[in-house]
Design a protein around this ligand. Sequence first.
Ligand code: MN
Length: 141
Amino acid sequence: MNAVKPRVLVVEDNPMNLELVSDLLQAKGFAVHHAPTAEQGLILARSLMPDLILMDVSLPGLDGLQATKALRAYPATRNLTIVALTAHAMRGDEELALKAGCDGYLAKPIDTRSFADRITGFIAAANARRAQTQPDQSHGN
Ligand code: MN
């Protein structure tokens, strides 16, 4: 039993996408927070330190990739798990998302049946990666 719900920050300017994503995540027991712009997302990311940020690439003002770079450049938020939401039509967005520092990406329109499980998978993968790179183990050399 999980006493603490995993927290997802959704940075998304499209109300319909936000509602869909929020419904899917809340149905699977996630706590969903929302920012409609990258600028607000950066502020919320720092205060919430969520388990995962779902970052729409196409946003007004700063876009999702610029916001990801900003989070990676800031020590407190450098290791947050960030998954880009890319538009299916924009080929090359996936590669750009990874270059910007995203841990992964999901293409819109999202697959509603697998969506929440994929988010769980990204969080689990990030936790496993973090556990492997813990600096508090003594190194032989
Ligand atoms: Mn958008």
